[in-house]
Design a protein around this ligand. Structure first.
Ligand code: SAH
Length: 261
């Protein structure tokens, strides 16, 4: 059993977006509990977990009962310091791409200090580009490219197993370096909204075509993983660019002329 308070595994959320089959939700709960994971988050499931979900959970019904349901992905990611989206396909958007072992290391590294999330898409269409844009990395299980899509719960099982394997491997490792106070997901969202608005205000972004630019800038800043202080500095710069700070505010009083001896 995993100690819910202290294990990094207990800080990892599996977020399922708009799942259609409740049986899949149950099977994901089981896959998670087998590996010591317990935080299941559901974004607008087609139906709430039902008898079919309970049957497929087969003993992991406590995870189902505790599952948090959210109206959208943003609220499911609130407080998360690192977010990875899983995808059955390679995407046109060039996002940093990792395989399950690297995804597990990235999540566990940050889960020592706070909450993190792995996001799973819909059975029929996966995750949208906007949803992927909320993730810092994209994780792909290297399946046969001609038949690349796993069942949702099978994909969750692969990631859950990798997380447990890497966690066991790291259990005896030396303590990590001092934690950085990474900005949580909602703070980054606030920054991106401010950035988009500023780029329009200062006439840099074309209102008709700003979403592509927005995605590229998201990728840049998410790669940098800013901490809270850095994000505050960036927001201060945006406010200055918007003219909300007075340009003369650092003017020093003129120094007195040196006296002739
Ligand atoms: N038809 C969808 C596949 C959805 S499968 C598509 O083409 O995108 C449901 C979810 O399971 C995916 O959104 C993803 O989160 C996960 N998944 C399935 N196969 C995967 C793979 N090979 N690698 C990573 N995640 C996968």
């Amino acid at each position: 059993m995993t100690d819910p308070e202290t294990s990094p595994l207990a800080r990892i959320r599996f977020v399922l977006v708009e799942t259609t089959h409740t049986g899949n939700i149950g099977a994901v709960a089981r896959a998670m509990k087998n590996m010591g994971l317990r935080r299941l988050h559901l974004v607008s499931p087609r139906q709430p977990p039902d008898a079919e979900a309970m049957a497929r959970a087969s003993g992991a019904d406590d995870l189902l009962a505790a599952a948090e349901v959210h109206p959208d992905l943003v609220s499911a990611l609130a407080g998360c310091r690192r977010v990875i989206g899983s995808s059955a396909r390679h995407r046109a958007v060039a996002w940093p791409l990792v395989e399950p072992p690297a995804a597990a290391r990235l999540l566990l590294e940050e889960a020592r200090h706070g909450d993190v999330a792995l996001v799973f898409g819909r059975e029929c269409s996966g995750l949208s580009n906007d949803e992927l844009a909320r993730c810092q990395y994209l994780a792909h299980i290297p399946t046969d490219p001609d038949f690349s899509s796993l069942n949702l719960a099978a994909a969750a099982q692969v990631f859950a197993y990798e997380l447990r394997r890497v966690w066991l491997e790291q259990a005896d490792a030396a303590p990590a370096a001092a934690p950085r106070d990474l900005a949580p997901s909602e703070a980054l969202e606030g920054f991106f909204a401010h950035l988009d608005q500023t780029l329009l205000d200062i006439g840099f972004a074309d209102p008709e075509q700003s979403s592509k630019l927005g995605r590229r800038l998201r990728r840049l800043f998410q790669r940098a993983e800013p901490d809270r202080t850095e994000l505050n500095i960036l927001r201060g710069i945006l406010s200055a660019a918007q003219g909300r700070k007075s340009p003369g505010r650092f003017a020093r009083a003129a120094a007195p002329a040196p006296r002739e001896e």
